[in-house]
Design a protein around this ligand. Structure first.
Ligand SMILES: CC(C)(COP(=O)(O)OP(=O)(O)OC[C@H]1O[C@@H](n2cnc3c(N)ncnc32)[C@H](O)[C@@H]1OP(=O)(O)O)[C@@H](O)C(=O)NCCC(=O)NCCS
Length: 211
């Protein structure tokens, strides 16, 4: 699900609803900068809508997770991923396996040699170097989005070495059930979604359906 983050003034911030929405993670709100509230709450409302309305599951909020850790739903095996860039937000929820989503704005940062060195395998660098400037920037943005979506699916975040992660191999990997690059509908933005087979250690949920 992708859409626009509401402006701070348009955000309906009802503390009672925030408590229901966030569950154990409600304490995180206290340390969140005011400017992050709209995307933080909106992302989680969209996740709750998908879980309760579309998937018809019970809602217990989010686990209390520190920043830099993949968000998890309390008492559920559903997997969730969130990304924001500019005024856009993307959220994904899967019933089986792990999901990672990312949205990136096509920006001059993707021309920087240091970023390209950190992002690409040697083959990806050769491919990028064969593209004209605008196409190269857009392609590198997409490449970043795909790798970050995978890193978010497996919960590693930017700790993963993107230079070792060839997107061509990702697409051939049996554990990777899907690497999608849907149209963003936003000029100058790229979105990626990775869907990965679940880790066997994931604990089962006691919550299956809504009452
Ligand atoms: C996860 C990470 C790739 C996010 O990248 P980003 O481009 O800054 O931001 P995005 O909008 O794409 O994604 C942010 C979302 O990723 C999610 N996220 C955070 N850590 C995650 C992880 N390890 N795995 C999967 N998803 C994660 C969160 O839901 C976050 O949204 P929220 O702030 O509303 O909760 C990056 O922050 C990272 O590698 N973090 C791990 C290390 C770290 O941050 N350490 C510092 C702790 S203070």
């Amino acid at each position: 699900m992708m859409g626009r983050i509401p402006a701070r003034d348009d955000l309906d911030h009802d503390p009672e609803d925030a408590a229901h929405l966030l569950g154990a993670d409600a304490a995180a709100l206290g340390s969140l900068p005011e400017s992050r509230l709209p995307s933080y709450l909106t992302a989680r409302r969209w996740v709750r809508d998908i879980v309760t309305v579309r998937l018809r599951r019970a809602w217990r909020g989010f686990e209390a997770t520190p920043r830099g850790v993949k968000p998890r739903l309390e008492g559920s095996t559903l997997d969730v991923s969130i990304a924001h860039a500019g005024d856009r937000l993307v959220v994904g929820v899967v019933e089986h396996g792990l999901i990672g989503v990312d949205i990136e704005l096509v920006a001059p940062v993707f021309d920087q040699p240091a970023l390209v060195r950190r992002l690409c395998t040697p083959a990806e660098r050769r491919h990028a170097d064969g593209l004209e400037a605008a196409g190269r920037r857009a392609w590198l943005t997409q490449l970043w989005a795909v790798k970050e979506s995978y890193a978010k699916a497996v919960g590693a975040g930017l700790a993963l070495d993107f230079r070792q992660l060839a997107v061509a191999d990702l697409r051939r990997n049996d554990a990777v059930r899907g690497v999608l690059t849907p149209a963003s509908g936003v000029p100058h933005a790229r979105i990626a979604v990775s869907w990965v087979a679940a880790a066997p250690s994931r604990p089962p949920s006691s919550v299956r359906t809504t009452a």
